[in-house]
Design a protein around this ligand. Sequence first.
Ligand code: UGA
Length: 361
Amino acid sequence: MGLKVLILGVNGFIGSSLTRRILQETNWDVYGMDVGDDRVRDLLVEPRFHFKEGDICIHQEWIEYHVKKCDVVLPLAAIATPATYVRDPLAVFELDFEANLAIVRQCVKYRRRLIFPSTSEVYGMSPDTPYNEETSALVTGPIEKERWIYASCKQLMDRVIYAYGKRDNLHFTLFRPFNWFGPHLDRLYEPKADQNRADPSEGPSRVVTRFMSNIFNGEDIILVDGGRQKRAFLYVDDGIDALMRIIRDDGGNADGRIFNIGHPGNEVSIRELAEKMLQITAQFEGYEGVGLTVRLIEKAGEAHYGKGYQDLQVRVPCIENAKKHLNWTPKIDLHTALKRTIAFYINQREVPAAAKQRAIA
Ligand code: UGA
């Protein structure tokens, strides 16, 4: 008998990628809940995939039953887009903290292993380079900088889980994704007739999919605060590889530990990211002219996201913990990762367009 893995938010970016990998590589069963199924629709026929359409805030009975039934629990349902932290901070608190706390407590009650998504944002604007799980502090701005509600919720949850580990012997692992991206990161926005979107809460807000959408729609790319800030991006396949090692937990090496999961070698400024994405997209057939219509425009962060926004300039993970205890290293360089992601979105865009044309004909 294989493991029984419960994934809440199974249709999300990480949940759907993880489910695909589990079904391909193992004999495990995945029990998954989500409000939608568009990213996992092709997997619904798999006998080892047990999907329930539902909301983690409403279908608590189903969740409790499955926490009891499964070996490992991954509560991945959360809001993870900075535009929403600023626009609707209470929604972040209610879902990312309150709703997930109930699930954490069930793992304590039924003594189930918990693998919880912490985040690179728990370091806030820490001046450390790189960010270290054991020594780096959380540095946030004042309360009126609402962007930090996500970091604060996630860090408090890390502390709660850690405390349950100590007091009640909860078996847990916390993983901290550092700017993961790849296919299915966000859904792209439908083109709006020659109008530039000013509101970042409309359409994808995370940077790679936002730029992708801008490029496809021939819109200006907005470089928030000049695009000088840097991020280290990790391709999703590398992240899923780390997660598989955490779930397998060979020798109990993941238990009670916190892991930064990112690619220090893929650090890039946001301006460079935009330039690279334009260059790579232009290498695809039929997209040679994209750079001609898309301009790079600088805009202040507060003007773009609202007054509650504040940003960090540099964020690089220390991945020694993951190397040592999971025997994991990221393998996919930024260029390859962008090329694969852009190919995915081009394909996703062209297949429905071709189908529509056929339907008209
Ligand atoms: C992200 C999100 O909080 C989460 O997805 C996650 O927990 C975490 O960090 C992570 O993935 O490690 P951030 O790195 O700010 O936060 O993610 P993006 O929204 O993708 O923005 C990256 C940078 O691009 C920011 O400096 C932002 O201001 C900039 N940006 C974004 C632009 O310059 N233009 C845009 O149109 C969008």
